[in-house]
Design a binder for this molecule. Structure first.
Ligand SMILES: Cc1cc2nc3c(=O)[nH]c(=O)nc-3n(C[C@H](O)[C@H](O)[C@H](O)COP(=O)(O)OP(=O)(O)OC[C@H]3O[C@@H](n4cnc5c(N)ncnc54)[C@H](O)[C@@H]3O)c2cc1C
Length: 429
């Protein structure tokens, strides 16, 4: 791999600035430092490895068409390229481990077309802006992450799911209709891929190509309500979680926090720090049914809000974020499986003091397991024990890509023959 110190950065900056304008490149040390970090520090294991890489050049294209111009110059000069959206990824996926360019796509924000059933936008469009624009046409995004201010490209290339995944699955389950990608092959062109051919680019950290534009599926806009409930014990709270899975039409998000997490969330009269919280985003026509379920099962409805954004913003890794702010020595694992609610004590026994955040999905329950951190060995030993009992784990303690490696490798020879795209993120072959 090319070492950062030997890269022809000045020549590259000159070429890109000649084509895209002087304001498209920067070697300002403060900007380079900012462009070289993401939320990897949420993992105490990754935190010990930081800083893990630093950009030599920040390139900020203003449109999808400008991306292949920059990529071709980098290809010709053999300079690594790490794409970036808003840098909200939490495994270090956006860290330029081998230096080179950080290609910040966040200013490529054009919403190209809102059609019936799809929206096409440049990679840097924010998920929130897309959803707001869609609402004007009576449509909405079927899924979006709890970090709704993040980019479309970053969510597709680095994220996975969020609000709506309970109904529609992850970003690799048919959400993406087509992509215009930029391969690092010297072509200097945008390449259009559709349907199954988009899969190698989803959650691939930009190792197979840079997403310049994306067409994603949208649905009619529904009326949603955010329901906040409180529960005295884990069994009744998870019982309610299960029963929400049968509500028809389905909720789009159902999150459970144990009381310790609730106590770490921003203060809100709808969050009781002494009880478990189950929050759901439900169709308004099902609110009465949901109220009945709560009453029948011994919980309490603390609030029902027409604006459900807050429920989204407290879901998934936001529970980790808030708990770590209050208790900095916490690590987390992304976990899934029946055992989480059928035998929580066995799960808790692996790391004493375990705290659970659960999310209801279409066919299973997933969540964040949080506990006090002592060492990488403690975390890894516990992961083995959890897996042995049937809890599946996605580790947030590595920036090495773990999903769909075969699909990624199948396009690498064509798309990245010089190994310049986000190097250091693929497992050894
Ligand atoms: C508190 C917290 C909560 C979170 N909640 C969720 C959640 O609910 N669901 C979820 O899925 N994730 C979640 N995440 C992770 C992350 O916020 C999302 O995945 C987010 O959508 C990433 O978007 P971004 O624009 O910040 O991408 P970045 O972090 O900038 O990039 C992510 C990855 O994609 C690559 N990339 C960026 N843009 C492109 C592009 N145009 N083409 C190719 N590759 C590109 C980067 O190199 C990097 O590998 C959370 C993170 C935090 C810190």
């Amino acid at each position: 791999m090319t070492r950062s110190t030997s890269l022809p950065i000045a020549e590259l900056a000159e070429k890109i600035s000649a084509d895209l304008g002087a304001d498209a490149v920067s070697t300002d040390p403060v900007k380079l430092a900012r462009a070289s970090v993401d939320w990897a520090h949420m993992s105490p294991i990754l935190k010990e490895k930081l800083p893990a890489g630093r950009a030599d050049l920040l390139v900020t294209p203003r449109s999808a068409e400008q991306i292949p111009v920059a990529v071709k110059h980098a290809y010709d000069l053999g300079v690594p390229i790490t794409p970036r959206g808003t840098g909200l990824g939490n495994y270090g996926q956006a860290i330029p481990l081998h230096g080179g360019i950080v290609l910040d796509t966040s200013r490529c924000q054009r919403i190209v077309a809102v059609d019936e059933g799809t929206v096409t936008a440049e990679a840097g469009a924010r998920m929130r802006d897309l959803d707001n624009e869609l609402r004007r046409t009576g449509q909405e995004l079927p899924i979006f992450p709890s970090t709704k201010g993040s980019t479309l490209g970053g969510f597709l290339a680095g994220g996975s799911g969020g609000t709506g995944s309970l109904i529609y699955g992850t970003n690799a389950d048919g959400f993406v209709r087509a992509l215009d990608i930029v391969a690092c092959d010297g072509s200097g062109e945008l390449r259009h891929v559709e349907g199954d051919a988009t899969v190698p680019y989803i959650h691939a950290y930009g190792t197979t190509g840079i997403i310049a534009r994306a067409t994603v599926v949208v649905t009619p806009a529904y009326d949603w309500a955010g329901v906040f409930t409180a529960w005295d014990d884990f069994d009744s709270a998870t019982g309610f979680l299960r029963s929400l899975g049968a509500v028809d039409p389905s909720p789009r998000l159902v999150s459970l926090d144990e009381a310790v997490i609730v106590g770490a969330l921003p203060e809100d009269p709808a969050l009781d720090p002494n009880r478990l919280s189950v929050r759901a985003i439900v169709r308004t026509e099902t609110v009465d049914e949901v109220r009945r379920l709560v009453a029948d099962q011994g919980g309490e409805v603390l609030d029902v809000r027409a604006d459900s954004e807050r429920v989204s913003a407290l879901s998934f890794n936001h529970s980790t974020f808030h708990l770590q702010r209050k208790y900095p020595g916490i690590f987390h694992l992304e976990v899934a499986g029946e055992k989480l609610w059928s035998d929580p004590d066995a799960v808790r026994a692996v790391y004493p003091g375990t705290i659970l955040h659960l999310e209801l999905m279409r066919t299973e329950v997933v969540g964040m397991l949080m506990a006090s951190y002592s060492s990488p060995e403690q975390v890894h030993d516990g992961m083995e024990r959890l897996e042995a009992m049937g809890v599946s784990i996605h580790s947030p303690h590595t920036w090495i890509l773990e999903r769909r490696i075969d699909r990624v490798r199948a396009v690498l020879e064509d798309n990245d023959p010089r190994g310049l795209l986000n190097p250091g993120k693929l497992p050894p072959s």
